[in-house]
Write a protein that binds this ligand. Structure first.
Ligand SMILES: *Cc1c(COP(=O)(O)O)cnc(C)c1O
Length: 379
């Protein structure tokens, strides 16, 4: 049994992550903050962080402080920005761990200042302006007051404003009119911050889509996430940007059986083979992050061909109709991967189940084992 192939595994190519990082870093020719939130987009927070740093990333970006602190606990010393904090956040741990903090509002600034005073540390702060996504950040109406308060805190020595930043709504549609509008609002906000004396703040706006498609948004730092993992933020072929997908999701067939034409397959009998065929049972399901919506829609590679999942995806398993192909228990089924060996890509899955590849790679997990290949950033 010791040599038995894993039932189901997510294989992460660290060299691909490093190479993707290097490609983007080279293209932009300026600092790159690699976004490793959400467990490195499902690729593993710490290995992904080490791989992007090996590929030349200058800093790391995460959503919440726990992610930033996990990086520090693992010994990652690169600059880290964390940007999503509610009221009552314990900023003292973040300041002690040298985490840069995004501030959206005056009450958030007050909490950061209090923690700076309590710990005797100067908080490294990025002020976020809402330029049109209407998600995080201060509105243009609230921005001058936030900037003024931050400038006072900087003068007192409790904070250093090291960044002014925002996030784009539509960078994946590079000709969308909101892009120019967001850039204009951003530049006005930067001007207000500069006029208030916040002259050391670096400007950053570009996510992956903007990093590949909108050089006018690169400013002092780019902030890509998904592209580092080799997925095209524009929904096309990542190879067009010199990127290669880092994740392969595979499982071993648990059972095969010969069945007559017309049997009903899986819950609710939403699939009936038209002729006598072989069914193959694949031991992963929606509890493992395989979307239930993939039933009768998403493709997998099995027995040398792509085949659509037959019937409903169950909690722990789904079924394939492999026809007369010589598929046996233990044989490999690939859900998605780089696409270089005939397997579907995460983009194909996203199209099939009407979502985006971001959601697929961040949700797949459950009982899949994660295995790393490549050496970039390995310790
Ligand atoms: C997730 C995120 C990013 C990275 O976005 P991608 O589309 O994955 O490149 C950048 N900035 C912020 C604020 C984010 O939340």
């Amino acid at each position: 049994m010791t040599n038995a192939p894993p039932r189901a595994e997510i294989v992460v190519d660290l060299d691909a992550i490093a190479a993707n990082t290097a490609v983007l870093r080279e293209r932009v020719g300026r600092p790159l903050m690699a976004v490793v939130k959400a467990d490195g987009y499902g690729h593993g927070l710490i290995p992904a962080a080490r791989a992007v740093l090996a590929g030349g990333a200058d800093a790391l970006g995460v959503a919440v402080l726990d992610e930033a602190l996990a990086l520090r606990s693992a010994g990652v010393t690169a600059p880290v920005l964390a940007w999503l904090h509610g009221p009552g956040t314990d900023y003292s741990a973040a300041l002690t761990a040298d985490i840069e903090i995004s501030v959206n509002a005056d009450w958030g600034l007050d909490e950061v200042v209090a923690a700076a005073q309590a710990t005797g540390r100067t908080a490294q702060v990025h002020l976020k302006v809402d330029t049109g996504l209407s998600r995080g950040g201060a509105t243009p109406a609230d921005w001058p007051a936030l900037v003024a308060a931050a400038a006072r805190a900087e003068a007192e020595g409790s904070v250093a404003v090291v960044g002014v930043w925002s996030h784009m709504a539509y960078a994946d549609a590079p000709t969308h009119p909101t892009i120019g509008a967001q850039v204009r609002v951003f530049e006005e906000a930067v001007g207000i911050a500069r006029a208030a004396g916040l002259t050391d703040a670096r400007r950053h706006l570009a996510n992956s889509a903007a990093t590949v498609a909108l050089p006018e948004t690169w400013y002092d730092l780019v902030r890509p996430g998904i592209a580092l993992y080799g997925l095209d933020p524009l929904g096309g072929d990542p190879a067009a940007h010199g990127l290669r997908p880092a994740m392969t999701v595979r499982a071993a067939v648990a059972l095969t059986k010969r069945v007559p034409a017309g049997v009903g397959v899986s819950y609710g009998h939403t699939y009936f083979p038209e002729r006598e065929t072989t069914l193959a049972l694949v031991p992963v399901g929606y509890a493992d992050g395989v979307p239930r919506a993939a039933g009768n829609r998403a493709p997998v590679l099995a027995g040398g061909a792509q085949r659509t999942i037959a019937g409903r995806v169950c909690m722990d398993q789904f079924v394939l109709d492999v026809g007369d192909a010589a598929v046996a228990p233990g044989d490999e089924v690939v859900l998605w991967g780089p696409g270089e060996g005939g397997e579907p890509t995460a983009q194909q899955w996203a199209d099939a189940v009407d979502t985006i590849h971001y959601e697929l790679v961040t949700r797949v997990g459950g009982r899949f084992a994660r295995r790393y290949v490549g050496s970039a950033g390995a310790v």
